[in-house]
Design a protein around this ligand. Sequence first.
Ligand code: SF4
Length: 295
Amino acid sequence: MMDIDLRSTMDIQITALEWMLKDDKYYKYYPDADEDACLEQLPDGTLKVTPEKYYGRVMDEFDYSLDRVYSGKSPILLRLQEFYKRCWVLKLQDPYISLIVTILTQNKTADSARKTFHRLQHHYKGIDVYKMAGADKGELERLIKTSGPYKADYIIRSSKEIIERYKGSLEWMRDVPTREAREALLSLTGVGPKTADCVLLFSLGHDVVPVDTHICRVTQRLGLSCASGDSEAAKRRVKEDLERKEMIPGMAHLLIINLGRDYCKAVIPLHHICPVEDICPKRGVERAEKPLETS
Ligand code: SF4
C-alpha cells in the first residue's frame, strides 16, 4: 500500500487543483465517464475512492514520493526530502488543463481555483481548447466569477491563440528547449512568468522553479538565495539561485512550499518545531523577532 499524506500532497501542486475539496474529501470530474471520483483519507491512513471502480485510475495519478525528487547536496533539502516522504508528486498534467487551472489561481486561493475549475468541468462536460475558444464570454464570466471574471477574456483569447498558432495543442513544447517553450507560453494572453513556469514544470516536464512570494520568503530564510524581498527582480534572483546555483530540479521546490506552509510562516515562523531548525541560518528573521529596545 502506498504511504501518502493526502492533505500535504493536495496542498502544494498545481496538478492537484483538478481535485475539488469539500468536507475533507476530494472530488475530480472524469469527462469520459461524466462522473466524479471521490478520494478521502481514512483515520488509519488508507485512501478510499468512491465509486470503487475508480480506485486504480485514481491511484495511478500518484507518481512518486518527495524523497525521490532530489539528488543534490543541500543538507536542508536532503533533510526535507526525508521529512516529507509521505507527500507525493502527481503525474504530469495535460498542458492546456494546467494553463487554465493556473490562470484561475492567479491572485486567488487554491481553494477558489479548485471550486471554479470543477464547476467549469461539469458545465462544459470537460473543457478543451475548442470549447473554451468558442465559449460565450458572459456565461464564462458568471461561471468563474469567484476566481475573477476578467479571466474569461484570458481564457477565451489564449485558447484562440493556441488554435491559431499551434493547431490547438501545447504538446510540442515538451520537445523544445525550455527557453523556447517559455517564450511561447509568455506570448499567450493572461500568461505571466509564474503561470508559464507552472505549465512548464507540472505538464511539460521542464526543470524550472516557479517562484512566488512564499518561495521567496522561505528560500531567503534558508540561505538558499541572497535576494531580499519579493519584488519581480528578487523573484528572478531566487529562481536563478535555485535553478543554477543550488541546481535543484524543479519539483524539489515542493519541499520549500511544504516547509513554508507548515513551519516557516510569514509573520511568526515556528522555529521551535521546525525540522531544519538546527541547520537553518534564519536569514533576516531573527533580528525582526527581537523586541524593540527602548531607551
Ligand atoms: S528554522 Fe525558522 S526560519 Fe528556518 S525554515 Fe524553520 S521556521 Fe523558517
